[in-house]
Design a protein around this ligand. Sequence first.
Ligand SMILES: Nc1ncnc2c1ncn2[C@@H]1O[C@H](COP(=O)(O)OP(=O)(O)OP(=O)(O)O)[C@@H](O)[C@H]1O
Ligand SMILES: [Mg+2]
Length: 264
Amino acid sequence: MALVEVNSVWKSYPWRAGLRTELQTVVEDVSLVINAGETLGLVGESGSGKTTLARMILGLVKPSRGSVRVEGIDIATASAAELHRLRRQMQPVFQDPYAALNPRMNVLDIVTEPLVIHAGSGGGRTALRAKAVKLLSEVGLDESALARHPHEFSGGQRQRINIARALALRPKLLILDEPVSALDVSVGAQIINLLRSLQREHALTYLFISHSMPLVRYLSTRIAVMEHGRLVETGEAVALCANPREAYTRQLIAATPELPVGVA
Ligand SMILES: Nc1ncnc2c1ncn2[C@@H]1O[C@H](COP(=O)(O)OP(=O)(O)OP(=O)(O)O)[C@@H](O)[C@H]1O
Ligand SMILES: [Mg+2]
């Protein structure tokens, strides 16, 4: 079943060329589906439009043309109530684990904020605390983290806090936009392993964005390759890597030959 359907989506931004303003197309006619339970890997070099596409799926950026459907509902024309429900089901985890965390909030408030915003009180202080402890344990942190602030944690721990927060509303889909590329290799490998086990445990669907072909191959059911805003190749992960059709895909494979140490 398709959880997300992207239908011929385009995104252009105005770009000042001397005295004239031109439109720069950063995503061009992209169509893809994300099936429930799978990991769709999205690869492409810097500037190819991966984050822009992810933000359109999340409803954070409006497509210039085309549509995004989540569970069959077009997010551009959904009612407020539908949008509220769909938003809960898609949660992002971004590259920079520090930028995403409010430095003045403690971990209890960071992790439970989505519950407070989306679900009203979330059931009072005691219930919220219990939920936070549960979420932290799922990402390998314990309750001593609750009263502490983001700056007191390492990069890997901060990304675990981001993941706990992303899981708070029990979403179906995580949009993972280069979730380990700001981390040391060994720390990143631990986060990859965590994402694998969380996916099994919660039957999560992932959109996994990365520059690293081996990592994308390792995690993904299918892979979509982006170049200059266009999807140039899509296929089953193992087959696509064994038999890339496009020269650009072969280049990406050649650019990063090894799976990071510690991924297993
Ligand atoms: N708000 C914006 N206004 C103008 N141009 C933008 C905007 N957001 C993105 N772009 C441009 O769109 C292009 C694609 O950017 P995007 O961030 O989607 O690429 P990416 O594939 O995620 O790259 P990276 O791998 O470096 O994260 C870039 O040229 C970028 O400068
Ligand atoms: Mg990006």
